[in-house]
Design a protein around this ligand. Structure first.
Ligand SMILES: [Zn+2]
Length: 279
């Protein structure tokens, strides 16, 4: 009997706080196309996933994310401090996306002139540079909120097929609200981009650390500057329709490095066009 108690205590003390060297544990997040997860791995481990090498942080955590069209079985390489290698598989939930076909549109209705197209390419480059930043600060730990109250007018992943030509999927969520509606930071972060762009209008990028970031587009006013540290719920600007927008709304995009994620998954697992969201 005495032996049993001692043995049980040993299990609690020695096996509970740490995890086996070739094992991992899901700490948070959504294992779904467009989602991200935080894994706990053994101290000093490295994860190789999607051509990225990610070192476990001080709390032995690693953040990885899944793209719109990732297959249901996602494998990563886990390398322990001692050099042991394993290939765990994570089962992720796949989704179906809306498709909208529009035919009979006049050809080249929107073809930018040379000057505009040069500016568009310069904008793309600036956004690309900002996505290369890899802040080692876990701002995302604050959790997420809707950046504004309004009506969902566009969801992640939907694709428009114009004159039979598939266009780039919609990588974000659109929240429609009156021009001037207050816009807040969805989570803690650092402003890594603040630009007036041709397509996305007045745009800010909020870096949440570990390669994760939010982009807010089409603002009428911006009230933060590049390099500012913002808190979840802090006013960052106002909703507008700058850039190429057909009505006042905010496009909230999210990415992990170069992979586009679904920001809605940070708050809810079910969202559809016409839903009301509240900050
Ligand atoms: Zn949008």
């Amino acid at each position: 009997m005495k032996f049993k108690i001692v043995f049980f205590t040993w299990i609690i003390i020695f096996s509970n706080p740490t995890i086996a060297s070739q094992d991992y544990k899901l700490l948070s997040g959504v294992a779904k196309q467009g989602g991200f997860i935080v894994l706990q791995v053994a101290k000093g481990s490295l994860v190789e996933y999607k051509k990225k090498t990610i070192k476990a942080d001080k709390k032995n955590r690693v953040l990885i994310a899944f793209s719109r069209d990732d297959s249901p079985k996602q494998q990563f390489k886990l390398i322990t401090k001692a050099g042991d290698i394993s290939f765990p598989t994570i089962n992720i939930i796949t989704r179906s996306y809306e498709e909208q076909r529009i035919n009979g549109l006049p050809k080249n209705k929107v073809s930018p002139d040379k000057k505009t197209s040069d500016k568009i390419w310069a904008d793309i480059l600036k956004a690309k540079q900002a996505r290369k930043i890899n802040l080692p600060l876990a701002y995302f730990e604050s959790g997420f909120i809707w950046p504004a109250s309004g009506i969902v007018s566009g969801v992640y992943g939907s694709r428009r097929i114009l004159n039979g030509q598939p266009k780039r999927p919609h990588y974000g969520i659109d929240i429609a609200a009156a021009k001037g509606t207050a816009l807040y930071s969805p989570a803690d972060g650092k402003i890594t981009l603040q630009e007036n762009m041709v397509l996305s209008g007045k745009t800010i990028m909020i870096d949440h650390g570990y390669g994760l970031r939010s982009t807010l587009m089409h603002l009428s006013e911006v009230s933060v500057n590049k390099a500012d540290i913002v808190k979840k719920g802090q006013l960052v600007g106002k909703i507008g329709m700058t850039g190429r927008a057909t009505g006042p709304h905010v496009h909230w995009g999210m990415s992990w490095h170069n992979i586009r994620l679904d920001p809605a998954l940070t708050i809810t697992k079910t969202i559809k066009k016409g839903d009301k969201v509240f900050r």
